[in-house]
Design a protein around this ligand. Structure first.
Ligand code: SF4
Length: 70
């Protein structure tokens, strides 16, 4: 079985690019927003940052410089 857990708490919640939305999730700001569809009439809703879970992680992880919550 593959272990997908991040090493040493190197997860999204501790990442420089993470901005919390609500308990347990947030947006990843590593890259510009991606196209999210045109169902909303508001142009600003057509482009979104990815929603990620605080316990997730990826290879672009960067520790927050001050160690504080964003
Ligand atoms: S670990 Fe990866 S997916 Fe998570 S916030 Fe950082 S850059 Fe984004």
């Amino acid at each position: 079985m593959t272990n997908h857990a991040s090493p040493d708490h190197a997860n999204c919640a501790a990442c420089h690019y993470f901005r919390p939305l609500e308990k347990g999730s947030g947006n990843c700001h590593r890259y510009p927003p991606g196209f999210a569809g045109e169902t909303s009439p508001k142009e600003s809703h057509h482009w979104r940052f990815p929603v990620v879970g605080g316990h997730g992680w990826c290879g672009e992880y960067l520790p927050r410089k001050d160690g504080a919550a964003p």
